[in-house]
Design a protein around this ligand. Sequence first.
Ligand SMILES: Cc1cc2nc3c(=O)[nH]c(=O)nc-3n(C[C@H](O)[C@H](O)[C@H](O)COP(=O)(O)OP(=O)(O)OC[C@H]3O[C@@H](n4cnc5c(N)ncnc54)[C@H](O)[C@@H]3O)c2cc1C
Length: 295
Amino acid sequence: MLLPRFDYYEPATLEEALRLLSEMGGNARVIAGGTDLLVRMKLKVEKPGYLISLRKIPGLDAIVRRENHGVTIGPAVTAAELSRNELLLDRFTPIALAAGRLGAPVVRNRATIGGNLVNARPAADLPPACMVLDATLKLKSFSNEREIPVGEFFRGPGQTVIEPNELLVSIFAPIPAPWTGGAYIKLGARKALEISMVNVAVILTLQSPQGPIIDAKIALGAVAPTPVRAFAAEEFLIGRQPSDDVFAQAGVIGVGMCEPITDHRGTMEYRCLMIETLTSRALRQAYEKALTWKP
Ligand SMILES: Cc1cc2nc3c(=O)[nH]c(=O)nc-3n(C[C@H](O)[C@H](O)[C@H](O)COP(=O)(O)OP(=O)(O)OC[C@H]3O[C@@H](n4cnc5c(N)ncnc54)[C@H](O)[C@@H]3O)c2cc1C
């Protein structure tokens, strides 16, 4: 299958990329790893006249620790880099774990966090992980700049609030509180190269190793047109002592936030059961991780 014709640009600065985007408007697409875009172009779902590559723009592929503050992740950081970054594994665990479950190694070496977020597939791995970490996305156009919480970014399958002349230039996540642990679990029908049937990202904060739970965030993917936060389950957890029974009850409440469908990958009933099971399992894993917290 051949790609449609297009002109290709490799700007060397962010400013040049933004200028090109503003001049070319809706007929241009940004290309990062190309693992989504090139497939869609080959299938003729998209036929942009211009591709603007992020490859040569310095700094977009960096993970920068903001001392006592958080982490800034460039949109061109690949899933492979996210999955092996020690800071992310330790403090921002759901992002590292979700990145490690995205596709197979050959995909992870090219696929970027920016592409995964902007692509906005309901089953994508990184959106729920960014949601539980309260990430903020910085969007820039040639004349403007705005920040938006990741939870307000998605509008529907393949749809976000980003404008055609805007670039996602960074993802910022604040440092989680002491005694916080995180987890990410993805269920697919196969072990690799599988789009999620259900995925769950969790953050749990304890007052001390003895409890109680003082903060909880749960985000679910592939269960609705956009990833969703299970707010009712989060509220249920706050103030309670961590236990398998409490985690199981939170899983049951979590199902109430979802609109799962029946398709070739699983029935609605099976998905509901999996949301319940995976939520409670992810909470247990996050709790165990919280107990290992070190200043
Ligand atoms: C075989 C295979 C397996 C896959 N498995 C998974 C999986 O398990 N889980 C999963 O979540 N995904 C999976 N994917 C989808 C894909 O790999 C990911 O969504 C990936 O993260 C996309 O990143 P990219 O850099 O390749 O994006 P690209 O294809 O380069 O871009 C995707 C979209 O985002 C836009 N874009 C990219 N960067 C920016 C930016 N900085 N600012 C504005 N717009 C931008 C592009 O214009 C395009 O519309 C798979 C894909 C393939 C081909």
